[in-house]
Design a protein around this ligand. Structure first.
Ligand SMILES: [Zn+2]
Length: 492
């Protein structure tokens, strides 16, 4: 069956770059795009179904390269909590029999909520991670499997992983963070992660893919990182991702042990770089002003090894940190992707902030351009995931398409639709989402689910999450002093 979308604007992939076609059309047959061009083109194939997208811009499906795929605790730290970790008592970490805050049903609620909100905001592909805040050395329960089920049910293209690590954090009675290292637990967590990859492979569909996710490079030994790369190679160069250099303390602790080399030189020596590797955050490398270390070769090592970097500006800006800088990494030739990492999973808002921070930091209007940040959530993400058939509207590519409605009065008069999309609209202006040739969001609503029922379940699990966190606080604080409201709540 052929479906045609007639858009006021279509972002087509022509001559090696995105180009806007006014009064454009995209035609796809089953899972594949078969035509991109002018509506008036006599070669435009006749379709069985036509979607009229007047006042709308038809974009390649957005690729969220690193997103948290559960109800996100980070929002609790808005405006407070500098240097503080979420409480996770040592007795919970040490006693595997002690139940977690969430039941299996809560994990299912969280997974369905996450996939639905990602799709609604225009992400057709996402590479997810889950929170380790209530877990030990590995995924405790059914979360990645629940994410697979939710993605299959709602039709999202998902890269899924079960995280693993050798160092598991806990909070001490004074609030300080301790780490318990256990290489056997790290190895068995990696084994569990491989089980998930096998499970996804057996499904043999094009929308679910596993990847390897050592949660943080600094919580893994060199041996575990090497083993990860060995497993990736055995699995045909499977995608590998890790949180890397997200915190300044990560950098300073490394430097105290390794004064002569940079963290990137260390990853290079371990062999944890390459075209299938993506480093999320990668903030405090040599040359970042907070390190006081001159730039050295870190960026060229990343570029030469073809390692991708995933920038997540919202989560780090909320924490008062800054990435220096998007344009500096791009100029070095590094493949850049962007992920939302925290809630909301709105890639449009995310890249707007990436652009604005870049301009502010460089004191220049000419950096963090629309084209640069939009490339990061389309072709940059696709390259990082090894899928050049995604992130662009071209013949032969997968029919992954996000349509944004720019007709609302609040979006103003339109001069340049891409400028309106990136600097005025938000993910909530997403109208239609197509993944692998299937319509999964229509008129802004996720197909096949009851959104208000899902929001109710998410709200119930959220309250359990927050009160559970408070019950873990060893300093006996009440919930409002742990997580202060944004402004005072009136009480009689
Ligand atoms: Zn993250």
């Amino acid at each position: 069956m052929k479906t045609r979308i007639n858009g006021d604007w279509v972002v087509a992939w022509l001559d090696g770059k995105h180009q806007v076609i006014s009064k454009g059309a995209v035609v796809f047959e089953d899972e594949e795009i078969v035509f991109v061009g002018l509506q008036a083109d006599p070669n435009c194939p006749v379709a069985d179904k036509v979607i009229y997208a007047s006042g709308k811009i038809v974009s390649p499906g957005l690729i969220n390269l690193h997103c948290i795929a559960n109800l996100d605790l980070q929002l609790l730290k808005m405006d407070s909590g500098d240097g503080e970790a979420f409480p996770k008592p040592k007795h919970f970490v040490m006693n595997e029999m002690e139940p977690s805050i969430w039941t299996d049903q809560d994990f299912v609620n969280s997974a369905e909520f996450s996939v639905a909100t990602l799709l609604k905001s225009g992400s057709t592909s996402f590479a997810s991670v889950t929170s380790s805040a209530t877990k030990r050395w590995s995924e405790a329960g059914p979360e990645p499997y629940a994410l697979a089920e939710a993605s299959e049910k709602m039709g999202a293209r998902a890269w899924l992983a079960a995280f693993f690590q050798e160092g598991c954090s806990y909070t001490d009675t004074d609030g300080s963070v301790g780490i318990i290292w256990d290489s056997k637990k790290g190895q068995s967590a990696l084994d569990k992660s491989l089980d998930l990859i096998k499970y996804l492979k057996l499904k043999d569909n094009d929308i679910l893919t596993g990847f390897l996710f050592p949660a943080r490079t600094d919580r893994c030994s060199d041996d575990l990182l090497k083993e990860t790369m060995r497993q990736s190679k055995q699995l045909g160069g499977l995608h590998v991702r890790s949180h890397f250099s997200e915190y300044l303390t990560e950098y300073t602790e490394f430097k105290s042990r390794n004064p002569k080399r940079t963290m990137i030189e260390w990853l290079d020596e371990v062999g944890f770089l390459g075209p299938n590797v993506c480093l999320t955050h990668c903030i405090y490398i040599a040359g970042h002003s907070d390190t006081g270390e001159e730039a050295k070769n870190d960026l060229s090592i990343l570029a030469d090894s073809e390692t991708s970097v995933c920038h997540c500006p919202v989560v780090i800006a909320r924490a008062g940190a800054v990435f220096e800088s998007f344009s500096r990494y791009l100029a070095a030739g590094i493949n850049m992707g962007i992920g939302t990492d925290t809630f909301p999973p709105d890639l449009i808002e995310e890249i707007r902030l990436a652009a604005l921070l870049n301009k502010a930091l460089k004191r220049s209007r000419n950096v963090g351009t629309v084209e640069e940040v939009y490339n990061a959530i389309t072709i940059g993400g696709a390259k990082a995931l090894g899928r050049e058939d995604l992130g662009r509207l071209a013949v032969g590519c997968k029919a992954d398409i996000s349509v944004f409605d720019l007709s609302d009065l609040a979006l103003g008069a339109i001069d340049d639709p891409m400028r309106t999309l990136i600097h005025v609209a938000t993910g909530r202006d997403c109208d239609t989402v197509i993944v692998n040739g299937k319509i999964v969001v229509e008129r802004g609503l996720v197909k096949g689910i009851d959104e208000s029922e899902l929001k109710g379940r998410a709200q119930t699990s959220w309250l359990k999450y927050k009160t559970g966190m408070a019950s873990w606080d060893s300093r006996g604080r009440d919930i409002d002093s742990m997580f202060p409201p944004s402004i005072s709540n009136f009480k009689m």
